[in-house]
Design a protein around this ligand. Sequence first.
Ligand SMILES: Cc1ncc(COP(=O)(O)O)c(C=O)c1O
Length: 401
Amino acid sequence: MIIQMADRLQKVPEYYFSRKLRELRDRIAQGEDILNLGIGSPDLEPPVDFKKQLIAQVAEPGLHAYQPYKGIPALREAFADFYSRMYGVSLNPETEIQPLMGSKEGIMHISMAFLNPGDQVLVPDPGYLTYGSVSELVGAEVISYNLLADKQWEPDWEQLNSLKLEKVKLMWVSYPNMPTGATGSPELFQKLIAFARKHKILLVNDNPYSLIRSQQPASILHQADAREVAIELNSMSKSHHIAGWRVGVVVGDAAYIHAILQIKSNMDSGMARPLQEAAAHILKQDFQWHIEQNEIYESRFELAKQIMSSLNCSFDPNQTGMFLWAKIPADASDSAAFSDEILNETQLFLTPGFIFGKNGEGYLRLSLCSPIHHLELALSRVKAFADRRPLLSPSLSIQEA
Ligand SMILES: Cc1ncc(COP(=O)(O)O)c(C=O)c1O
């Protein structure tokens, strides 16, 4: 390399999964039979119409041009209809909906649209890594706030209220929560909205898991008076199993959405039209399809609980979403060492909780994105491992009901 890299590279290490998946690929190439239960990349098929529509659209003439920066009308209308049916939220498809190439890029657009260097950002701990790293990349200062295990992973209000908040402009929240599987509640959303209004903070709810193992999908925008202070990211990656195709959305008040478009339209030129058409088509899927997917996830969740119990990990059985979040045994040293020990002894990869922040230390996250026969194999390996090694003491802080 003949030049120095930009200073901002000092602020962010390579994404954890980018490194870890490389290691797993190398080990698989060397002949290890590794089961990766780490990452939340859905293995289930999207609705059948997705591929049909995509193929039909690709065959249409004249669809190779740049598409509108704000997404094709059919996709924005389909998101509006989806928000109305799933969450009871009415949105104007012209002004209140911005399709994205997955919600992850939206974290960058939102940060660039609303943060100046030196502004402060409230980031949950534990939480999705990208909130903090993108805040750093735009030169903002990350203020971590705790989610409390003994309060269903709701924010530590005592801590939040004790902070100096004058420089805080933006607060990331994510309910249903990743990685903890906590559901959140209308009361929690109300509290967050009141807090944001009082301190003039933009609240961003990152909401990709609301349809996974959930009886009642929820959006923060359903709450009265939310629009003034809150916007929401959503994604078809998990809800419709098209993570690799990259379709997400940000919704909210027109002024916020316009600011985001101002950034986005300077950075990319939108998604291919066949993808937008196919995504619009499957957004119309009725709730029954999601119920059927959730039956599959439920049966996987049952096995996931057995795997974690065999490792003497404890967990809240009422958690929702695409993972099982479990506390490691009291005398396991830490999440990284325990995850590595499980990987080395059973060729099973579980995500160590420390990557989600200091409050994630002491936990493991198991993804439900693997077929039943993989989970059964994982269970048999873990049981054999537990038979070989002296039993660790189960954690006492979370009881299985
Ligand atoms: C909490 C959370 N937010 C956002 C994303 C990004 O999803 P996508 O960019 O695929 O929409 C993920 C993906 O794992 C996630 O877990």
